[in-house]
Design a protein around this ligand. Structure first.
Ligand code: HSE
Length: 310
């Protein structure tokens, strides 16, 4: 038996909500898991890039027992007191890797839901989210990958995930600006301080509160104020040259509500109210050109649906 699961890309943080806020995008990875008789180590992992439909063992992505999808499936088996049998895992990717678009969360969630189906659903959403977060290290991409839409999530001290779906105003459009280089999340987290100044914590606390109120009240002006951060973006600037210039240069562009780093970067998300798309692209292209960075753009709505079994 084979189970396939389609899971959306995600963007985490959204400015002030470091490791908490996330939203889903209509761009997908499909993970298929099947139990089969295999020679050798007993696992086979194939990664296929959907763009060119080639078997593409993307460099740096392990295809052995160190693969994150396998590790997640192994944790699920351990949860029910078993070890995985021989498994064939196929990952069809549409989501660019190491660009801050939640590709790892997407495959972890897809693999776990598929394996859980194969096992006869021993784990509920709560358990699957906890296992996924244990592998990923933070819940902000995992949660919208599971349930879609805009979410806030907390990895509680007992290992459980507490989350809520938040409203998203249909008029708020997303322009995802993707630079032509990858940034590993581990490296991007390594530049963050272990402790932050109280005034910076308070700055983000206020912005997170404003963000949620702006979402519930569809308040453009409050969202503009809210889309700011002092906990991670300033430290990541050296890994994402041009980030603060893009934010500054877009500030007075008609229709722009704000620009933030996508997760750990290096992509940048511009939230705008539907006008000025070409001006946004032009400004970002020119700003990154100055830093010798080429860019591509995805103009996408939010994905309201989460992971789906195909
Ligand atoms: N909240 C995480 C970070 C997201 O900023 O490191 C990583 O995708």
């Amino acid at each position: 038996m084979k189970v396939s699961v389609k899971t959306p890309a995600t963007i985490a943080n959204l400015g002030p909500g470091f490791d908490s806020f996330g939203l889903a995008l209509p761009l997908y990875n499909i993970v298929s898991v099947e139990e089969t008789v295999l020679p050798g180590s007993g696992i086979e992992i194939n990664i296929i890039n959907e763009k060119n439909n080639e078997e593409n063992n993307i460099a740096d992505v392990p295809t052995d027992k160190n693969n994150i999808v396998y590790k997640a499936i192994e944790l699920l088996h351990n949860f029910i007191g078993q070890s995985p049998n021989e498994l064939k895992i196929t990952i069809k990717t549409q989501i660019p890797i190491s660009r801050g678009l939640g590709s790892s969360a997407s495959v972890i969630v897809g693999g776990l839901i598929a394996a859980n189906e194969l096992l006869g659903r021993p784990a509920d959403e709560k358990v699957l989210m906890s296992i996924a977060t244990e592998i990923e290290g933070h819940p902000d991409n995992i949660t919208p990958a599971f349930v879609g839409g805009m979410t806030m999530a907390s990895w509680e001290e007992d290992g459980s995930i507490f989350y809520r779906k938040l409203p998203w105003h249909d008029d708020w459009k997303l322009m995802v600006c993707i630079p032509d280089y990858e940034l590993n999340t581990e490296i991007s987290r390594s530049v963050l301080p272990k402790e932050v100044a109280l005034k910076d914590a308070v700055f983000n606390l206020k912005r997170s509160a404003m963000f949620i109120d702006a979402l519930y009240n569809q308040d453009d002006e409050l969202l503009k104020l809210a889309l700011k951060d002092k906990l991670h973006q300033p430290y990541r600037e050296k890994l994402v040259p041009g980030l603060s210039d893009i934010i500054k240069n877009l500030k007075h562009t008609n229709g722009v509500l704000g620009a933030v780093l996508c997760g750990a970067g290096p992509s940048v998300l511009v939230i705008y109210n539907g006008v000025g798309a070409s001006e946004i692209k032009e400004t970002v292209t020119e700003t990154w050109n100055y830093f010798n960075v080429k860019s591509t753009f995805l103009n996408l709505p939010i994905e309201k649906q989460g992971a789906q079994i195909l």
